[in-house]
Design a protein around this ligand. Structure first.
Ligand code: 5GP
Ligand code: MN
Length: 335
């Protein structure tokens, strides 16, 4: 993978460009993809954002989201777009299988591939150019850096600012995680100078749910949570029946894991949700407990030091049982 700076001279010649990101894109995935989209279209490139799957309703307000193509709903069109593309940007994921069924078409694509990502252990050999920096708060911050470093900072308009703010906000837990550096605040100050309105973005993302989601959370907190005090760990497990009963949609479970770490003294929060195709884990930690390694070693996952995900193809009951067993070996690390 060549340094991304070497790609800058190629930026200004109009090309067919695809931007893609991980499945079930979150604020950072969608924000970085659309932020880059609004930048690249200013050079007369033909740009299409392809999402591997659908996305949460709370992202539907984003500038340009109506141009995003859902791969699962438009496979044939996406295959053609990928085949014709000159350049492919892969944002906010480290390994191609995070694009689910899009992995194969992306692997086979003959075009120039560029990675911009902040997850650990990227699949570097799959990309021609790229930047992987786990010290960055978000891929949105990296897209901002990319635009500025390319010498085109003057092209950052309100659409770009709005999209990039969204991902920095969601990936830093609204500017509270340790990844929120001085450069993050300087970037946001620049976006504010351009005219960014941040309050509506918080409202769109965090205050835009239906009553059923709050009742679902109530049920989960009352009946689906165990606090394992000896391991400073809180565990939550959501059966499919709850998802059906409360009509839970993509995005409704986002952030649920964060409740677990609000209990005093907790070092690890773990939630597993019984999705159709797999049991999906989310892990969050405070301090030095490395959930990236934990997820990698035990649940086919990964991510960051303090936020990671994983999966299991076993039943919900067995998956939870396995977690309870595994956690015993981490008793010391969790003190
Ligand atoms: P979340 O719990 O919000 O799904 O994910 C937390 C972080 O871990 C995100 O940065 C996400 O991209 C990453 N992540 C989630 N699931 C996986 C996974 O299965 N594999 C890897 N490598 N990263 C994941
Ligand atoms: Mn991210």
């Amino acid at each position: 993978m060549l340094p991304i700076e070497e790609f800058f001279p190629l930026l200004t010649t109009p090309r067919k460009i695809i931007i893609t990101t991980h499945q079930k894109p979150d604020g950072d995935a969608m924000g970085s993809s659309l932020g880059l989209y609004h930048f690249l279209i200013q050079f007369s490139h033909t740009v299409t954002v392809i999402s591997p799957t659908n996305w949460a309703d709370f992202l539907e307000w984003m500038p340009g989201v109506n141009t995003v193509v859902d791969y699962e709903a438009n496979k044939r069109r996406c295959h053609q777009l990928i085949e014709e593309a000159d350049i492919l940007f892969c944002l906010d994921f480290n390994v191609l299988h995070r694009t689910k069924n899009l992995e194969q078409p992306l692997t086979q694509a003959k075009c120039t591939k560029i990675l911009i990502d902040h997850h650990q252990q990227p699949q570097e050999e799959a990309f021609n150019y790229g930047i992987s920096n786990t010290g960055k708060s978000s891929t949105c911050e990296m897209v901002y850096d990319f635009i500025v470093a390319s010498g085109h900072g003057d092209k950052i308009n309100l659409d770009i600012a709005t999209c990039l703010y969204t991902g920095v906000m969601t990936d830093t837990g609204s500017f509270r995680f340790p990844s929120t550096t001085a450069s993050v605040h300087r970037m946001i100050a620049h976006l504010k100078d351009i005219g960014l309105q941040h309050t509506p973005i918080h409202d769109h993302i965090y205050d835009n749910f239906l009553e059923n989601r709050l009742r679902f959370i109530g049920q989960a907190l009352l009946h689906r949570m165990d606090v394992l005090y000896e391991y400073n760990t809180a565990l939550m497990y959501i059966p499919k029946s709850d998802l059906v009963k409360f009509d839970i949609k993509t995005g409704d479970t986002e952030g649920l894991v964060n409740y677990l770490l609000t209990i005093k003294g907790m070092r690890l929060g773990a939630i597993v949700i019984d999705r159709d195709e797999e049991r999906k884990w989310s892990f969050r930690s405070k301090g030095s407990f490395d959930v990236n390694t934990f997820a990698r070693n035990h649940f086919e996952g990964g991510g960051h030091m303090n936020a990671a995900g994983g999966r299991s193809s076993d039943s919900l009951e067995n998956t939870v049982k396995k977690f309870r067993e595994i956690i015993k070996q981490y008793e010391n690390q969790l003190q």
